[in-house]
Design a protein around this ligand. Sequence first.
Ligand SMILES: Nc1ncnc2c1ncn2[C@@H]1O[C@H](COP(=O)(O)OP(=O)(O)O)[C@@H](O)[C@H]1O
Ligand SMILES: [Mg+2]
Length: 487
Amino acid sequence: MFSKIVKHLKPTNTSLRQQITVTMASTFVVLLLLVSGMAYFSLETILSKAAMSYLIDESSVMIKILDKDPDDIGALEQEVNWNPYPQQIRKDRAFFYYIRLLTADKGTLLETNGMSKRVGTSHFSKPVLPNKIRQHIKHINKHHKDYLLINIKVPTSISGAVRYVQIALDTSFQYEVIEQYWWVLLGLLLMSGLMAIIISYFTAKRCMQPITEMSRMTHRITSEKLDQRLSIKNYPHEFAVLGESVNAMLNRIEDSFNRLQQFSSDLAHELRTPLGNLLGEAEIVLRQARGNDEYRQVIESSLEEYQRLQKLTESILYLAKIENPKRFLAMEMIDVREIIQHLLNFYEMLAEEKHISFTLSGEGTIQAEKILFQQALSNIISNALKYSYENSEIDIRICSEAEQLTIEIKDNGIGMSPEHLPMLFQRFYRVDKDRSAKSGGTGLGLAIVKSIMTLHQGDIKIESHPGIGTTVKLVFKKEEALTSLSS
Ligand SMILES: Nc1ncnc2c1ncn2[C@@H]1O[C@H](COP(=O)(O)OP(=O)(O)O)[C@@H](O)[C@H]1O
Ligand SMILES: [Mg+2]
């Protein structure tokens, strides 16, 4: 039921702390009111029941005496004048009673001292028989005092001689107790209500502490201070999960940011050399008038640098494009052997120059984007050619299995020592900067292959031994696993 009520509460933009405080405090106060109200009413019931029993007990004593001997004035008087000095009523007594004994013709026979001043005969209702007392108890308030009244018609052992017994029970003390109790209760209620508000406020504040800290921390974060993290050790479970996600997000942002920074500084570095060369050559040639041949020579050598710069920008753009594909990949079923054969034909001239021969074995089909697939293989084959010894062989194997297809490109060439292998996919990473630069390498080829493989949910592995050769393995998942990639 409670959860239903909570569900119906509309979400508001009031502070969460305020909402928790108000809900907690008001629930607490309502419960307190309920408990104290119940306590108040049960006390009242207990006390009024006790008063009635007292009244009935008293009347039965009188009835018993009258039943035994209606003329036993001594016994009757003792009962009626229970306190010979009514002015000295003891303050701590719960009940005082007054009895009046009347004859059959309503003449007063006996009366408690001072009764006529307090309760006259006229205050009583009609007399009833002893078995009806309970239903005919009357309540009056006179001179700021509360009384319970009963008027009994008592048949005596002497036939025909009835007596009337009027009993008034002063219950003021009981009301005083209840009233005192009420004030104490009110005081307690106010105090505990106030405490409930204070406790709720601080509890809510404590509960919201992680959120406050989170917002404070996120305010502090700038690009220079990306290393800030939430210390979630002392967080309650719910916030720890959120905190962990925030920290994980910050890790990713910091990582991307660092990579971006690294990339821009690497890029600047890459651009500096060709631009410096171009500038230097231009300055030297302009220092004095030169012949046409000289100008031609400078322009020709500049052309190489321009080409390098162009290749670099194209590669960077290409990388940016495949790292943030704006569209779904145009996946199609491709015949791997056919495409590789095509590429080998293209590289034939270059291979012949170095007296390198290709061998191609195996076959298979995969789902891939054709252009990207060609680009990846072309980058690897061109590396194999570039770093192979003359008169060697490049061996390409296609291995199609149930779950995956592997393409292995093995060259016999200069190879690399193992420490370079983990860095090969980083942008601009080259083992031998000079040699690579001379051969027109930008260090982006393998980074592009890696991105293409990631895009195809595939994998790339490189093994290499210096002076022996390098083996590159491209692992593609078979169709079933790739459905989510196609449009
Ligand atoms: N088959 C290979 N044999 C030896 N070294 C290689 C081979 N493939 C790549 N490398 C090394 O890895 C580096 C990175 O390759 P890549 O990203 O294609 O850049 P690039 O070819 O433009 O230099 C190369 O500079 C080269 O040192
Ligand atoms: Mg390359």
